[in-house]
Design a protein around this ligand. Structure first.
Ligand code: SF4
Ligand code: SF4
Length: 304
């Protein structure tokens, strides 16, 4: 079946890009992950070690899966925080959690595909659409679907738009003509992200998640190690430093036009004192639908 219908439907649904890859085992990623996990570089994120077979082969995750549709949603914001404010990563600016936005859009795309190809194109008894919520190597699928490459900071880089993207996946039980060949690596000799990472989480061997500020401020179950405590660089929820310094973002990232990703205004004016004194009730009210709420106020105050 032609990919053109699906790509046009994805763009009409409001996604910024779409590509399609053939469902197959990710053999090289499986080998890399095995040694990465064995070295303990996933830290406390034990869920990354679970569902290994499902994570590295979509046909195990979704029985009958033949094609992987990958969509991108730009989240690069028009307005940014000023440098003196406690830093929230840009993916969490939106007043509505991106998981909710992606879920709604993926369902809308699925409805269009079912209307064209019939009910049997999805495995109804299994979850088959995903965005950062299941054992799926989304960035690798985006690369295989011809949408960009995985930079040295481990993010997907789209050649015309940079790396501020949410990635959504829709697994279909029909054969769709794949998009272009997997995208080649285009970082060249650049090492700006490695050089800029304040905690040394990046190296030529990839990322050590245990040192990444995103992990330290959001995921880690342990105390932040003493040698990293003074390197959080003002970040209280996630970190954008390696994305911000990447020349592909500096040149190509353009503000998104998605109303669903309108920001929480408080992010642009809450000072360190505001964060220190905010009550749980105020926090819950301001961030009631936001991804920031996932971080929990106690933790944010500790990060502060
Ligand atoms: S998100 Fe921040 S801490 Fe993590 S690798 Fe990038 S620059 Fe380093
Ligand atoms: S900063 Fe340089 S090395 Fe890092 S992802 Fe961007 S292009 Fe690649």
């Amino acid at each position: 079946m032609s990919k053109d219908f699906i790509i046009k439907a994805a763009i009409a649904t409001g996604f910024d890009a779409c590509g399609i890859a053939r469902a197959e085992a990710l053999t090289e990623d499986a080998e890399f992950m095995q040694s990465w996990l064995a070295e303990g570089k996933h830290g406390d994120m034990e869920y990354l070690a679970r569902n290994f077979e499902k994570r590295t082969d979509p046909r195990v995750l979704v029985p009958g899966c033949k094609s992987v549709v990958v969509v991108l949603l730009n989240y690069y914001p028009e307005q940014k925080q000023s440098d003196e404010l406690p830093k929230i990563a840009k993916y969490a600016y939106s007043a509505v959690d991106y998981h909710t936005v992606m879920k709604t859009k993926l369902q809308a795309l699925e409805n269009k595909i079912i209307a064209e190809y019939g009910d049997d194109c999805v495995a109804k008894d299994y979850q088959h659409s995903f965005s950062d919520s299941a054992p799926v190597l989304e960035k690798r699928w985006a690369q295989k679907a011809g949408l960009g490459w995985l930079g040295r900071h481990s993010q997907l880089i789209h050649p015309n738009a940079g790396s501020y993207f949410f990635i959504g996946i829709l697994m279909l039980n029909i054969d769709i003509e794949p998009s272009e060949a997997p995208f080649p690596f285009r970082c060249g000799t650049c090492t700006k992200c490695i050089d800029a990472c304040p905690t040394g989480a990046l190296s030529s061997e990839g990322m050590d998640a245990r040192k990444c500020i995103s992990y330290l401020t959001l995921e880690s179950k342990s105390e932040i190690p003493d040698d990293l405590k003074n390197k959080l660089s003002g970040c209280i929820v996630g970190c954008d430093i390696c994305n911000d310094v990447c020349p592909w973002n500096k040149r190509f990232a353009k503000p998104h036009q998605h109303k669903e990703l309108s920001p929480t205004e408080e992010i642009f004016h809450w000072t360190r004192d505001d964060w220190k004194t905010v009550t749980k009730e105020q926090f819950d009210e301001v961030f009631r639908k936001s991804a920031v709420k996932r971080a929990k106020l106690d933790r944010i105050k500790k990060n502060l």
